[in-house]
Ligand binder design. Sequence first.
Ligand code: NAD
Length: 577
Amino acid sequence: MSGNTNGNDNPDHGHEGHRHALRPSVWGPALLKDPQFNKGTAFSLRERQALGIHGLLPPVVSTPEIQEQRQLRNLRGQPTNLDRYVHLMDLQERNEKLFYRVLCNNMEETMPIVYTPTVGLACQKYGFIYRRPRGLFITIHDIGHVAEIIAAWPEQDVKAVVVTDGERILGLGDLGCAGMGIPVGKLALYTAIAGVKPQQCLPVMLDVGTDNQTMLDDPLYLGLRQRRDRTDKYDALVDEFMKAVVERYGQNCLIQFEDFGNRNAFRLLEKYRNKYCTFNDDIQGTASVAVAGILTSLRITGKKLSDNKFLFQGAGEAALGIAGLLVSAMEQEGLPEAEAKKRIWLVDSKGLIVKDRASGGITEHKAHFANEHEHIPDLAQAVKTLKPTALIGAAAIGGVFTEEILRDMASFNDKPIIFALSNPTSKAECTAEEAYKATDGKAVFASGSPFDPYTTPEGKTLVPGQGNNAYVFPGVALGVTLFGVRHISDDIFLEAAKALADLVTEEHLAEGRVYPPLQQVREVSVKLAIHTGEYAYEKNIASLYPKPSNMEEFMRSNMYDYNYESFEPEFYDWPSQ
Ligand code: NAD
């Protein structure tokens, strides 16, 4: 891959101002309906005249800043977050650059709308709020024709695909085709956070049916009205899809798996990780973000990683992914794998995962972490018995970190690590306030969905960390696509975790933060992408050569810019219309 998205083969040459900017591919009234080129009231008089739209807009020429203000006022005036979601999606359909300007400049406000937690509700209401299709819909009945469907996608240069089958949408379960909001939202973050160009992003829904009866009974449901296909056809469809993507978009096209149920997620990751440029964000991306938060927590607790005992509520994609990466991180600290695994404990719906159960039909992935211990039926008992230093929730059971559990954690730890990672907010194991209150402000807390800061009775304000996957997947994806990394190993995610943890300053720590403020997520992504690139060159797994002499400059020159291009005639050799 050239890796250079502006068509320039020399990696050291980036943009050269606006002179080589894209010319709008449409003209006249159609231009105002094309989100890629539409600027709305920001078209200058010269542009309006040259492009055949003079008189089709109110006379004022707005600055992008005024347009942003107008959008923000509208957004804030909406009655609910779901309305805000619909408002932002409408803007994305009308004026792409303005959409990304609003997102990028107001990250902390807009990210919870286009992504978790609001996107969860948007998926549940997908059939109701639906206005226009976005992305590709491939069904189980399309077997044998997947390449034709992919050929119908209008973009020539896709570099990142996010695909789901809708079986495990956030902690909301099987939403079938309505899960399409997730790939759409994730790819909006690819652009907003990592500057991957919107036209290079492709959201895909593999609709194999749903087992969600509410969806099947809903007359507004937009997917296949059948139960999930769990036959061999499922694998045949995924296989065909993977091949068709590579056939059209090349071996370096990144395919991110998102919100697959865990019976398929682990299996497909193993099957494809060394054959395609792919990763599973729920397993690997989550692991990276959570491990980054834990590495940062160590600077607050003053412990080494291997001085900890981790207890997970849940043993699914998130928990097992985090547990696996923690073991790798402890091995890097010098601990043998077997010793590292003794510091990891998991509770699932049947209680503590122990050796005895390993012979009783638990999955191989869970059995990997089964330690020698007597059976403990529930979390509260496991906490009392094991006395962990860190409690990590990822089972989508809201409120399961009870006051008693939190108090217990504070009774045997000076600074207990409490991560309530389940999404959306209703599924969080506890709120930030509950964690801080029950531990007298001692908890080092992070969550999956955002929570407000909390002020202790002594007047100290603590800022909860949001272990948002958006800290990692966009930056890693940018590094991978730009530097042509073929396969994405777990090491890349561990490197990203360490790089993310290093970006947390002493000032952040003093506020109790274990991640940089979300507003800085774009800068974080650039740093992570460079780090990923440097690691790839060091390990000889990059395929962009020669290595750019200035990685940062190269990276920035290839990132999407939400500032409008000038379409004024002096920048172009305009053909006579
Ligand atoms: P999953 O379906 O793979 O795993 C859920 C696990 O919970 C399963 O192992 C199941 O056995 C276990 N479980 C179910 N009931 C239980 C009970 N009563 N007690 C203990 N365990 C029980 O799902 P996942 O991908 O691991 O996601 C789990 C949650 O984590 C979701 O809410 C998801 O949104 C959240 N998550 C958060 C982040 C983040 O914060 N960055 C990232 C990924 C996932």
